[in-house]
Design a protein around this ligand. Structure first.
Ligand code: WTA
Length: 665
């Protein structure tokens, strides 16, 4: 049994949802009568054409009854950029700070108010319009974490263009594929950016990608807008060889951002968008290898980003919020850009890394900006635990009230470190489960309302109705483990995969008709807490026992010698599947038979004899995507001794692969 942690008094006090009873009451209401439930927030927005009553959410979730669709307030008209900027300025918040920008180097920082941000968005939107961009055009964005990135996204939203942000850590091949797949008219980038002591020449990667999109995908980009960023920041290391390559400048296609916006008016009439017009698309990896262009639309996404940000982080008044995610991922879209601005919030946007110039950079920024809500990923937390507690203790973290986690199940050790050391035992942790596809949090705790268990995502957000299904698609009531699905839509769920509605229906709706299938496993414990156990493709069935790799990994990581563990399944003639474990050791620890034996016993003891690993292998590193997810597909190949590992383009560091094969027992 896990210990239950209650929200502390100072979190509950003045909280928007101050008790579990209140949460349950609100959740019930959100399912019984969605239209009334959401109407308070709907009323806060500016509508050019008001939503009609009785038309809040129409949908078909059952593929056996026809095509899948979700429509939220269709027919109403609004503009998101207008709601995020003009509305806040009109409400008297023009002088409020929208963002504190902090550069890679601590000497580089700035801030922008709502009024100034609005002016900059309007100027860039006018520049885009003048360059021939209009409603429905796709704009690819390949940018570092700078204010122009936000300006660009909101300028697109202002004129009805659809942004497709590609994380600026992707290679030129991946960028080319994404530019071509959405048929982007234009690409917006920056000359480059420092990441710690390393300089990335983004413009060169971008130029290569534009060339490749023409040569390999037959798609022509007519314009590339480039922010001149490097000249205004402090150099942090050596200049790379290609620095003086004039950024592969093509005078016909390429134009500097500052030249384009010069002289543009700060007034720009918004394009009034139907509630169901597309807002943005964002590519996410698919199990087939071909990226999926997840499409989100206007009003439902706005509503859901607003509500989740407000309730899950319990944002109030003059709080300072900080989400460390890159804008290139959905977390950056919803909780760096849309959610905070829709609430008139002040946030931190950070260009650098947690380890530069020192391992306390995150904590020093919490201290510097008096951050109240801090939102990051378990992989970051785990690597920071390794740096040593003194980096934390050097800084004053008393401003913190809510700590967030996202991206993967958080192991209890990391959770406890986060809770005790970062939060001093007085902050609530929100473990937010969601996906690019869900638009915003779907399972989470609420800071002032829900008790917490380390590693449990908690409970459904308002409007969300989760179910756990067994292999036969039957609903598991009460405690149990199986497939995590949702039985009805909420306003922020994706509407389709760009240009491929059939794939959308197949991937998410065909396995269990009537349900949106997350692809994740979950279990419900005796107290009704939901625990996300990892991707279904990471589920193991050993001798008829369903278990998750995350569960076994959590056990292995409990041994003080283990830094990180990754578990995959290996086919087994009798048991069906068996566990094959990769182990990264802490400095000074020895990999020997004694350790192997000890780890096997630990799993046996913690889960059961059926879960005893067959193989424990030493690993010098793990194959991870740039966003920190372990690529289990590759580990399964290593486990099999099959060197045909397939596509490695999303891998952060491919050099670990030969190493892993070398250490096979
Ligand atoms: C995983 C990121 C457990 C899950 C917002 C999901 C999580 C995938 C959690 C989506 C969490 C995300 N607990 N697992 N709190 N958050 N995941 O699209 O497997 O990059 O399906 O969206 O991350 O990843 P994506």
């Amino acid at each position: 049994m896990s210990r239950v942690y209650q929200p502390s008094d100072h979190v509950v006090e003045n909280s928007r949802v101050p008790s579990f009873e209140k949460y349950k009451e609100m959740h019930e209401k959100s399912l019984e009568d969605p239209e009334t439930f959401w109407s308070d927030i709907v009323k806060e927005f500016y509508w050019q054409k008001r939503p009609q009553t009785g038309n809040f959410l129409r949908y078909n979730f059952d593929i056996s009854k026809g095509s899948i669709f979700v429509k939220c307030m269709e027919g109403a008209e609004t503009n998101i950029s207008f709601n995020l900027l003009d509305r806040n300025v009109r409400n008297g918040n023009g002088d409020k700070i929208a963002y504190y920008w902090e550069g890679n180097h601590p000497d580089d920082y700035s801030r922008v108010t709502y009024k100034k941000l609005m002016d900059r968005v309007c100027q860039f939107a006018n520049a885009l319009r003048e360059s021939g961009v209009g409603k429905g055009d796709r704009i690819a964005v390949y940018m570092p974490m700078i204010l122009e990135t936000v300006v660009c996204m909101l300028a697109c939203a202002r004129i009805g263009a659809i942004h497709s942000v590609v994380f600026a850590g992707f290679s030129s091949d991946s960028l080319a594929e994404r530019i071509a797949a959405c048929k982007a008219k234009m690409v917006v980038t920056a000359d480059g950016a420092w990441r710690g002591e390393k300089l990335l020449i983004l413009k060169n990667i971008c130029s290569e990608a534009i060339e490749k999109s023409k040569r390999q995908h037959n798609h022509l980009v007519s314009m590339c807008i480039v922010v001149s960023h490097l000249d205004r920041v402090t150099p942090c290391g050596e200049l790379p060889d290609d620095y003086n390559d004039m950024f592969h400048w093509n005078p016909i296609r390429d134009v500097w951002w500052h030249d384009l916006v010069e002289g543009q008016s700060t007034i720009c009439s918004p394009e009034w968008m139907d509630a169901e017009d597309p807002l943005f698309m964002l590519y996410t990896s698919g199990s087939t290898g071909k990226p999926k262009g997840v499409l989100h639309t206007t009003a439902g996404y706005l509503l859901y980003a607003t509500a989740t940000f407000r309730y899950v982080f319990d944002y109030r008044g003059n709080d300072v919020f900080w989400c460390t995610a890159d804008v290139g991922w959905i977390t950056g879209h919803t909780y760096v850009v849309y959610g905070p601005l829709a609430n008139g919030a002040t946030s931190v946007i950070f260009e650098g890394t947690p380890f530069y110039p020192e391992n306390d950079r995150y904590w020093s920024l919490v201290d510097k900006y008096n951050v109240n809500q801090f939102y990051t990923a378990p992989t970051a937390i785990r690597s920071l635990t390794k740096c040593g507690d003194h980096y934390v203790k050097m800084n004053d973290l008393k401003s913190l009230r809510v700590l967030g986690s996202v991206g993967e199940p958080i192991n209890p050790e990391a959770w406890l470190w986060y809770y005790h050391l970062i939060g001093s035992g007085r902050c609530s942790i929100v473990d937010t489960f969601w996906q690019t596809e869900t638009g915003g949090h779907v399972l989470t705790s609420l800071p002032g309302a829900t008790p917490m268990k380390p590693g449990a995502a908690g409970f459904p957000f308002f409007g969300v109705e989760p179910r756990i299904l067994n292999e036969d698609g039957e609903v598991i009531e009460g405690p149990g483990e199986g497939y995590l699905v949702f039985s009805r839509p909420w306003p922020g769920i994706m509407r389709t995969l760009y240009g491929d509605h059939e794939r959308f229906e197949t991937v998410y709706f065909s396995k269990f008709p009537g349900y949106y299938c997350t692809g994740d496993g979950a279990k419900r414990d005796e107290d009704g807490f939901l625990w996300v156990t990892g991707r279904i493709d990471d589920m193991l069935n050993v001798s008829g026992h369903l278990m998750s790799t995350a569960e076994v990994e959590g056990v292995l990581a409990k041994d003080p010698r283990v830094t990180e563990a990754a578990v995959v399944s290996k086919p087994h003639p009798i048991k069906g599947e068996s566990l094959y474990c990769f182990i990264i050791l802490n400095e000074g620890a020895k990999f020997d038979d004694e350790l192997i034996d000890c780890l096997k016993k630990l799993v046996r003891k913690s889960i059961g004899a059926f879960a005893t690993p067959d193989v424990i292998q030493y690993a010098p590193g793990l194959p991870k995507t740039r966003s920190g997810k372990i690529m289990r597909r590759i580990l399964r190949k290593v486990a099999l001794g099959d060197e045909a590992v397939g596509d490695l383009s999303t891998l952060a560091d491919p050099t670990v692969i030969p190493e892993l094969f070398k250490y096979r027992p």
